[in-house]
Design a protein around this ligand. Structure first.
Ligand SMILES: C[S@@+](CC[C@H](N)C(=O)[O-])C[C@H]1O[C@@H](n2cnc3c(N)ncnc32)[C@H](O)[C@@H]1O
Length: 248
């Protein structure tokens, strides 16, 4: 289907999401005027799904939490896009059975690989669900930011553990199961035949600065986050790493 009117998404862009939306907008512009089939794995309450539906696309959100999906459904109804958003309760690890192979133009997988049982299985299912030419937007927690965060807070043992742990965990009480470096996140996608087009850092400064500084001049803060997002070494110390890749 390629006749539906689409428009540029108008999400509430903040320093915490600006770098991701910059990349997504560019992808939507590449297909301007075409209604895309989007899947948001672990899409939660629809912070990305609903603006994408408002922009004229069809979005399926697969999430393990019934509560998150209920909130998503209310949010989509409030925005007048209930008919464009489908909520599917399911585990990211079982994605292959939930989304038809070769059906998606764009798959979001944001802040999910840190909590699933087997990230390689999820990424393989994502690659299989993409059409040739389709793209994935992967957002994962960064190891370097977590090391620095623990150290700044005086938890030097936890910082050392995180630095050396193969999964980027700070011990058994860590709330995340794993974290990534730019190279390890990119390797996940290239291992399933996807071509990485861009890797950005998300929230390079936003979590490090006092809230008063972040809020004092939001426009400058947002511009600075965007400028730092593409430039190593700043990119590599971001709280999250955003990898955009395409199925050839
Ligand atoms: C940190 S939230 C991220 C939400 C959204 N993607 C975002 O970036 O705002 C993680 C989401 O993943 C969902 N989730 C956790 N484990 C999951 C799993 N195994 N399969 C699918 N979704 C899962 C949670 O219910 C939650 O909505």
């Amino acid at each position: 289907m390629d006749t539906a009117p689409t428009r540029s998404p108008r999400p509430p862009v903040t320093p915490r999401t600006a770098a991701v939306w910059a990349v997504l907008r560019r992808e939507l512009e590449r297909h301007a005027g075409r209604e895309l089939t989007v899947v948001d794995v672990g899409g939660g309450t629809g912070g990305f799904a609903v603006p994408l539906a408002e922009a004229g696309h069809r979005v399926t959100v697969v999430d393990a939490s019934p509560d998150a999906l209920a909130a998503l459904t209310r949010r989509a109804a409030d925005a007048g896009v209930a008919d464009r958003v489908r909520a599917v309760q399911g585990d990211g690890d079982a994605l292959a059975g939930l989304v038809a192979p070769g059906s998606a133009d764009l798959i979001l997988c944001h802040a999910v690989l840190e909590v699933v049982d087997d990230p390689a299985d999820v990424v393989a299912a994502v690659a299989a669900a993409l059409r040739p030419g389709g793209a994935v937007s992967l957002l994962v927690a960064g190891r370097a930011a977590a090391v620095l965060g623990r150290a700044f807070n005086g938890h030097l043992d936890a910082a050392s553990a995180l630095l050396d742990d193969p999964d980027g965990r700070a011990g058994g009480r860590d709330t995340l199961r794993r974290r990534y470096d730019a190279e390890t996140a990119e390797a996940l996608l290239t291992a399933v035949g996807l071509t990485v087009e861009e890797t950005r850092g998300v929230r390079v400064l936003a979590d490090l600065l006092p809230a008063a500084v972040v809020e004092a001049d939001p426009r400058t803060m947002l511009d600075l986050e965007l400028a730092l997002s593409t430039r190593p070494p700043f990119r590599d110390i971001a709280a999250q790493l955003h990898v955009f890749a395409r199925r050839p």
